[in-house]
Design a protein around this ligand. Structure first.
Ligand code: ZN
Length: 291
């Protein structure tokens, strides 16, 4: 038993925060914020990405550029199981054109200072990815864009910003009567799945998107502030406090509140991502000087 627990603690964080539906929802809110020239620039960059054809095949939107943007947002999670990529302790795989390396970089998805596992580097990564995106060097921009789309969403998921020495809630089991097929699950998985079933695309994505779009847009702030907000939630309403038969229990009240927090975090991530892309990718007109 102790051995199993030790083994569990050594495993990297499993799913990337927010499931695929959550990431596509954040991207969809961002698209609404983006100016037409920035949408065009983003689409041009994604067309140069080695996985553009895969995204095009998978997307289900009438506007294919929009659909591809949604698909690109899950790319850093998709490569976790992709044999073209490798972990740091595995031999390198052949590089895709323009790529700096083929590492999966699973530690980029979080920052956990609680001592429950590797510390992660989501906040510092976001800043360097933003620099790459603003650099104007196309190969760097193509690589950085799907990562930035993804990590702005992850940093808004409270459990990607710490925990109680439980690997961001991965080692914290709860009882969830709202999922009859899986009534016992980790707290991390519970929060990841709040956006809805991971297959949501096309018209199925519209009802939750309308719900998120109706929420008031947040102030922009910056990366350190987004992390601090997530940590504040982590210290407050993220963990269930009522005991069930065996484990902490998801009560109707907890579930309602968690859903409202998840919606607010997804919407905030979307608005902030869209505005950030506007700032990073809008060309500075000559004569206005540099930023
Ligand atoms: Zn992730």
């Amino acid at each position: 038993m102790a051995y199993l627990l030790a083994l569990l603690l050594l495993l990297p964080l499993p799913a990337g925060a927010w499931n695929a539906a959550g990431h596509r929802l954040v991207a969809a809110v961002a698209w609404q914020e983006m100016t037409p020239p920035v949408r065009e620039r983003v689409s041009a960059l994604l067309r140069r990405h080695p996985d553009h054809a895969r995204w095009l095949k998978r997307q289900q939107e009438a506007d294919a550029d929009y659909g591809v943007f949604l698909e690109a947002s899950t790319w850093p999670d998709d490569i976790r199981r992709d044999p073209r990529f490798h972990d740091a302790d595995e031999p390198p795989t052949p590089r895709l054109p323009g790529f700096p390396h083929m590492l999966r970089q699973t530690h980029w998805h979080y920052r956990d200072a609680s001592g429950g596992g590797p510390a992660g580097e989501i906040d510092t990564r976001l800043l360097s990815l933003a620099d790459e995106l603003a650099s104007g060097r196309e190969a760097e921009q193509v690589y950085a864009l799907p990562w930035l789309l993804h990590l702005v969403a992850d940093i808004h998921q409270p459990l990607h910003t710490g925990g109680r020495g439980d690997r961001g809630g991965n080692a914290f089991e709860i009882e969830n009567p709202y999922n009859p097929r899986k009534p016992f699950m980790s707290l991390h998985a519970y929060w990841d799945e709040l956006p809805g079933p991971p297959w949501l695309r096309g018209r199925h994505l519209e009802p939750p998107l309308r719900r998120l779009s109706a929420l008031p847009p947040p102030p922009q702030g910056e990366v350190a502030g987004w992390l601090a907000e997530s940590r504040e939630l982590l210290a407050g309403p993220v963990y269930p406090r009522v005991s069930g038969s065996l484990l902490p229990l998801v009560t109707p009240e907890f579930h309602r509140r968690a859903q409202a927090i998840a919606d607010a975090r997804l919407a905030a991530a979307g608005h902030r991502l869209g505005r950030w892309l506007n700032r990073l990718l809008t060309p500075v007109s000559p004569g206005r000087g540099s930023r």
